[in-house]
Design a protein around this ligand. Structure first.
Ligand code: NAD
Length: 495
């Protein structure tokens, strides 16, 4: 059986450690074994990255940008190849996999403008003959820990901007689908990255903790579930590292009765079921305001028409859950929802897909009459399960959304500009869609989750990521244009 390698100092190397099987989620076929790197292997990767950083920080900024230009070109040429790997490892549909790779490429395109993004500021003559200016400098070795649901896009949120800023990078991808991250690093090497600039160590909690505790790691970018995000944030921050930790979500879509019904219903179905609900920006809670509650039947019918299937099935709307355990967890929530008194309007528990009897399938599932104390409302289920609640007014819907501990994404469907403006102003969520169900900003903005969906100060990609991966230094300089007097300067003269 194929054993995945670590990527250390520019080469794929065998690990001395044991590992776990990675399985095809549509068939349970074992695809490879992923090793859990030893402590020594993690340390070797970080030390190699530190050595690479010393040379890379001196590479002129336009030359670093040129690596990113070459990388986006290589990624585009290999988009189908990476997408095929994604389909196999995650079960995503072809269209979804290609979309994921594209969203990652867009971050690399943005990183190509690193020289402009890293410009400092200057104020001339802050005192007579004195100028102050700022330099934006890289940190050193940065580490990234990524989740299973976007094995291409999330690593691409991280390392391209980190290396564009002049850092080196060690990635610990999800152990559930670790092949694509290896391929991404191989392609960066093909594009001309020096050995050691990016490294990949595989594993789970132990390998993450080794990175969080390593004295040579300066910054940690984490994306994953909320409990792990909190643990990673606390440990890395306690170790004095800069941390951004993107966590789970419970994203609401609020529908006002003046919305276009067809658009609202179709958007809800796509945002709840797309990618099998395994998106941090998936809509998992709908709030139907006033007469929009009457659309529940239309929503049920539209969801019932959606069917999952294998990635090479053109008619499949979405693929399997990543593992059998993930599927069983979702089925547990569906049972709990019924026991808690919610009305199960569509039950995807007994979902079968022709020709793939062993896949981790869950059919579209819809609950009505859901209240905030129910676990299916409180918890992130991370499957194609949509819970719906009613509100009498927009204000009531906003209060419901704001009371939720998460704050990743939210949408409002309406034809009223006034309602939209009030919503975008008052809702306490970091990414807001107006008649857009999944409002993920493009990379020239940042991915701005709030509250329980994000721990840290600077978000991923965009200008905030450049601040995250750099340190600002201010220089105050005086150059005398005549011979120095030699008199001791006992006071700071500001006038
Ligand atoms: P996860 O938290 O189980 O794993 C994420 C990473 O952390 C993996 O690399 C894993 O190996 C590692 N890990 C697991 N347990 C750990 C522990 N105890 N200590 C240290 N590291 C540990 O998440 P997942 O199931 O792979 O991904 C799905 C989750 O990620 C969902 O909650 C989803 O909302 C979230 N997510 C959030 C965003 C966002 O932008 N906010 C984006 C993508 C995914």
């Amino acid at each position: 059986m194929k054993r995945l390698k670590l990527f250390v100092n520019g080469s794929f190397v065998d690990s001395a450690a044991g590992g776990i099987d990675v399985t095809d989620p549509a068939t349970q076929e074992v695809l490879c074994e992923v090793p859990f790197a030893t402590a020594g292997e993690v340390d070797r990767a970080v030390r190699g990255a530190k050595t690479a950083f010393r040379a890379w920080r001196d590479v002129p900024t336009p030359e670093r940008a040129r690596l990113l230009f070459a990388y986006q070109d290589v990624l585009k040429k290999n988009q189908d190849d990476i997408s095929r790997l994604l389909c196999r490892d995650t079960g995503k549909t072809w269209e979804d996999a290609r979309g994921e790779v594209w969203r990652g490429i867009e971050v690399v395109e943005h990183a190509c403008s690193i020289a402009t993004l890293m410009m400092g500021e200057t104020v001339e003559n802050v005192a007579r003959g004195i100028d102050t200016y700022s330099l934006v400098q890289p940190l050193g070795v940065c580490a990234g820990i990524s989740p299973f649901n976007f094995p291409a896009m999330v690593p691409l949120w991280m390392f391209p901007l980190a290396v564009a800023c002049g850092n080196s990078f060690v990635l610990k991808p999800s152990e559930q689908d670790p092949t694509v991250p290896n391929r991404l690093m191989e392609l960066l090497s093909d594009a001309g990255a020096p050995d050691g600039l990016v490294q990949v160590v595989h594993g789970g909690r132990e390998q993450v903790e080794a990175l969080l505790d390593h004295p040579d790691v300066r910054a940690v970018s984490f994306v994953g579930s909320a409990p792990v995000a909190r643990a990673v944030y606390s440990r890395a921050a306690a170790n004095g590292k800069r941390v951004q930790a993107l966590a789970g979500a419970k994203n609401h879509l609020v529908v006002l009765p003046d919305a276009d019904k067809r658009q609202a219903v179709a958007s809800l179905v796509g945002a709840a079921c797309g990618a099998a609900g395994q998106r941090c920006m998936a809509v998992s809670a709908a709030v139907l305001v006033g007469a929009a509650a009457d659309w529940l039947g239309d929503l049920r019918d539209a969801m019932a028409a959606v069917r999952p299937g294998a990635w090479d099935d053109d008619g499949a709307a979405y693929g399997p859950q990543i593992t059998r355990a993930a599927r069983d967890r979702i089925l547990g929530y569906i049972e709990r929802g019924k026991a808690e008194g919610a009305e199960c309007l569509l039950d995807g528990s007994d979902c079968a897909v022709a020709g793939r009897p062993d896949g981790n399938w869950v059919g579209p599932t819809l609950f009505g009459g859901v209240t905030p104390e129910m676990s299916i409302y409180r918890d992130e289920i991370f499957g194609p399960v949509l819970v719906t609640s009613r509100a009498e007014t927009l204000g009531e819907a906003i209060d419901l959304v704001n009371a939720n501990p998460y704050g990743n994404g939210v949408s409002l469907f309406t034809s009223s500009g006034g309602a939209a403006r009030r919503f975008q102003r008052d809702v306490e969520v970091g990414q807001v869609g107006i008649n857009v169900p999944i409002p993920v900003p493009l990379p020239f903005f940042s991915f701005t989750g709030w509250k329980g969906s994000f721990l840290g100060d600077q978000h991923v990609y965009g200008k905030e990521a450049v601040r995250f991966y750099t340190e600002t230094k201010t220089v105050t300089a005086r150059w005398l244009d005549d011979a120095p007097s030699g008199d001791p300067n006992m006071t700071i003269k500001l006038r």
